[in-house]
Design a protein around this ligand. Structure first.
Ligand code: PLP
Length: 485
């Protein structure tokens, strides 16, 4: 029996327990009858060894950056250095209460303040708030700053925001939550925002444009200077989605490209855990003229060198999170920045770019590469070159390739995103993988391509080695059964 085949409730046998407590000698509490249970609670009765094996087995079913290569595009699943965890777990950080008086938390406030400075230096922005708790939360905060700015000038007609068709799905979603109307701008055949398609969209109703650069195809928007001039020229502002800023680190700064507002994901670019290992953090940076629109609370440095918390929410964007965001995440990311230093940060971006281009070039004989130019940290294939349909069987799809990768011990890349291609397979290796790991992945991707060409059915019914095969994803999403009945 595999210990994950059964639920902990199914392992239960009456009378078994994982603990023994001595009789504490206390008299029975006098609880009113109306408050007493009439039936015993339904709890699993299992031995300690059953508990240990069951949960250890469950933990081993999990896949994470600590267990294998995780090339999930647009998600930047880079290794989380353990020193970050150690530092964040120090009692001096972990034992803090968000309402402690400022003079008892000077060290923590200094970390907060210095992180604002570090991010401003890296991005060319004037000032950051570290309050938002995710990338999308940062987007909403940044857009609120943009709206507040226009409204403060009595410019009330600017209710539309331009979003490229290659944008991450959170961009239009955050804009809609912020009450803005989304206007889509098309990408050209080269995968970049098409300046000629942009021009007619600009006018007095445009609040700004949201851009990702390098964009979601991993391509650097080389017309960014011209785009910035055009958008500023019509009175709009430029929002930069810096969730995956790693390839730019130490090389180019959004502030220098003309962006006014941006967010950055500490849980992507700066190596802090995400997903189940979260929580996240999406700091928002702004240029000088927008600094007064950032939300409260903020940390300020007093002339005597001490730090204080400005809690007033009288800034136009008010307050966006409880207290000051996910401080433990900020500490981890700050440790990472200090560990790398100026030179190391620059190298991280270069290695991320090198690793992505290495895989991209190595597999283009087997996977369709719709945009062949040099990519930054990630790139997109559009399915297999030979999907095996010549065998007379239905061809293997991107979903099949992703499922087959699980059999070989890899997490799947991002699939069917961005929406620009029908069989999108988006790979992001990050800078933390060795050449050996990249080579092994390339070998496996070639092996899968050969399997597809020879017998696509091998892929259709993958994964063969995972604890479960292919669940009905629609049913699982629409009708999830999340509790033991
Ligand atoms: C991940 C990501 C986001 C959203 O970040 P969350 O922390 O998941 O909310 C936004 N934009 C891009 C480009 C991303 O990759």
């Amino acid at each position: 029996m595999k210990y994950y085949d059964k639920l902990i409730f199914e392992l239960s046998k009456p009378g078994r327990a994982a603990y023994t407590l001595p009789d504490n000698g206390c008299p029975k509490a006098n609880i009113p009858a109306g408050l007493m249970r009439t039936e015993p609670a339904v709890l699993p009765e299992v031995t300690e060894v059953d508990v240990a094996r069951h949960y250890t087995a469950l933990s081993q079913m999990n896949f994470g950056v600590d267990t294998g290569f995780y090339p999930l595009g647009s998600c930047t699943m880079k290794y989380n250095p353990k020193i970050n965890e150690e530092i964040a777990a120090m009692p001096a950080f972990q034992g803090l209460h968000p309402l402690q008086p400022a003079d008892t938390v000077q060290g923590a406030l200094e970390v907060y303040y210095e992180m604002d400075k570090a991010l401003s230096t890296i991005t060319g922005m004037k000032r950051f708030t570290l309050n938002p708790c995710a990338g999308a939360h940062g987007e909403l905060t940044g857009l609120m700053v943009i709206r507040s700015y226009h409204m403060s000038r009595g410019d009330l007609a600017r209710t539309k925001i331009i979003v490229p068709d290659s944008a991450h799905g959170t961009n239009p979603a955050s804009a809609a939550v912020c009450g803005l109307e989304i206007v889509e701008v098309k990408s050209g055949a080269n995968g970049l925002v098409d300046v000629e398609s942009l021009k007619p969209l600009l006018g007095p109703d445009i609040a700004g444009i949201m851009m990702t650069n390098p964009n979601t195809l991993g391509l650097f928007e080389k017309d960014i200077r011209e785009i910035a001039e055009l958008v500023h020229g019509c009175g709009g502002l430029l929002y930069y989605d810096g969730a995956n800023m790693n390839p730019l680190l130490g090389m180019v700064r959004p502030g220098d490209m003309g962006f006014d507002v941006m967010h950055i994901n500490l849980h992507k670019t700066f190596s802090t855990p995400h997903g189940g290992g979260g929580p996240g953090s999406g700091p928002v940076g702004v240029c000088e003229k927008l600094a007064g629109f950032l939300p409260a609370p903020r940390v300020e440095k007093l002339p005597d060198g001490r730090f204080t918390v400005v809690r007033s929410a009288e800034t136009a964007a008010g307050q966006v999170s409880a207290f000051m965001g996910n401080f433990g995440v900020i500490v981890r990311a700050y440790a990472y920045i200090l560990m790398l230093g100026r030179q190391g940060i620059k190298l991280a971006g270069k290695y991320a770019t090198l690793a992505a281009n290495y895989i991209k070039e190595s597999l283009k004989d087997a996977y369709k590469l719709p945009i062949p130019s040099v990519c930054k940290h990630e790139f997109v294939y559009d399915g297999l070159i030979d999907d095996g349909s010549a065998t007379g069987k239905p061809g293997a799809t991107t979903l099949d390739v992703a499922k087959r990768l699980l059999d070989y011990g890899y997490h799947a890349p991002t699939i069917y995103f961005p929406l620009l291609f029908h069989q999108a397979l988006m790979i992001e290796p990050t800078e933390t993988e060795s050449k050996e790991t990249l080579d092994e992945f390339i070998d496996v991707m070639h092996k899968i391509a050969r399997e597809a060409a020879e017998d696509p059915d091998i892929l259709h019914c993958a994964p063969h080695l995972a604890p479960i095969g292919r669940p009905d994803e629609t049913a699982a999403a629409r009708n999830p059964i999340l509790k033991f009945d």
